[in-house]
Design a binder for this molecule. Structure first.
Ligand SMILES: Nc1ncnc2c1ncn2[C@@H]1O[C@H](COP(=O)(O)OP(=O)(O)OP(=O)(O)O)[C@@H](O)[C@H]1O
Ligand SMILES: [Mg+2]
Length: 306
């Protein structure tokens, strides 16, 4: 469980706070998507949650432990996959992994097996175990960082842009891994610009803008949060059609084809529009609802603020 209580961060020498009054709680078994424009504060938020940065004010609790006061125990429960690789490029995955295992009380007799199992789990082929990072692609380095985050089997995970830059197999792997970690009851924060994937795996999505959380959407609220459209074909339009449609939303009529926007019923109940038209004796031959997605919702929410 990850709790941010009124967390703010002002970097030394900066005039304004980069992060202001963040209050978020991520439960066990919950995936929180964190989205926002470049420079919004996603990485800074995740770095604060990892404990590598300390807040200027406020508190961060990891499974109830204060990240500042109980740093050692709290850090043990965080798996952080940073945005940028932060390890020696001259090292090899297997050497570095064995080295990291010494921090987590892993018996040296078991270390080799645990490390090779994790490297294989993240899809790093055996031939790369002994090749220095300098010769590896960005995606391979990301896979390695995921293996490192999994090493202590922590309760909480922070994925910063982990999907970005991976090939389609890699994206599928990370999405499935996050689903598996969620099913094991882990708390996960995932920042990404790939809104389709964030939408697909997050239980809630926090939109951060200029260091402030401006909206938290439950995944069930996304269809309502973005603009939705209903395309309708009526075989027998007449002069009264506009009056009926006006009650249902903003409309345009082109012969038999109608586009309805800003509908006045919840998107989940858009089928009621069909019943209403039929009850007025209109012959509806086509009816298609396109509900809002996260991208629509993001632009709608952020649109007025940039
Ligand atoms: N160490 C630092 N010192 C001063 N300012 C910093 C530092 N780290 C980040 N910032 C500033 O904080 C702001 C937020 O940066 P951050 O990296 O958190 O954004 P982000 O949302 O992750 O962006 P992106 O989508 O580009 O990854 C930026 O204006 C950045 O310049
Ligand atoms: Mg970032």
């Amino acid at each position: 469980m990850i709790d941010l209580e009124n967390v703010s961060k002002t970097f030394s020498g900066a005039k304004n706070a980069t992060i202001s009054n963040l209050d978020i709680s991520v439960s066990n078994g919950e995936v929180l998507g964190l989205i926002g424009l470049n420079g919004a504060g996603k990485t800074t938020t995740l770095r604060l949650c990892s404990g590598i940065l300390m807040p200027t004010s406020g508190k961060i609790l990891i499974d109830g432990m204060d990240l500042e006061e109980d740093k050692r125990e709290a850090s043990r429960e965080i798996g952080w996959v940073p945005e940028q690789p932060n390890f020696y490029l001259t090292e090899t995955p297997i050497n570095l992994m064995r080295y990291y295992s010494t921090f987590y009380d892993i018996d040296p007799k078991d270390a080799d097996k645990i490390c090779t199992n994790l490297l294989s789990l993240v899809g790093l082929e055996r031939k790369y175990y002994r090749i220095p990072f300098a010769k590896m692609s960005q995606g391979m380095k990301k896979r390695f960082m995921i293996a490192v985050a999994l090493l202590p089997n922590p309760n909480n995970f922070l994925f910063d842009e982990t999907i970005n830059g991976l090939d389609p197999n890699g994206i599928k792997f990370v999405v499935n891994l996050i689903k598996k970690l969620k099913s094991e009851g882990k708390s996960i924060i995932l920042s990404s610009h790939i809104l389709k994937e964030v939408e697909a795996i997050s239980d809630r999505i926090a939109i951060i803008h200029k260091g402030k959380i401006i909206k938290i959407l439950k995944s069930s609220e996304i269809p309502e949060a973005g603009p939705s459209t209903v395309l309708i074909r009526v075989e027998n339009p007449n002069s009264s059609l506009g009056t009926v449609l006006g009650e249902l939303g903003d409309y345009t009529i082109d012969g038999k084809d109608i586009v309805l926007k800003n509908i006045r019923v919840p998107v989940a109940e858009a089928y009621r529009i069909n019943s209403i038209l039929v009850s007025h004796n209109y012959m509806v031959s086509a009816f298609q609802v396109t509900s809002g997605n996260l991208e629509d919702a993001f632009f709608k929410i952020i649109g007025g603020l940039t």
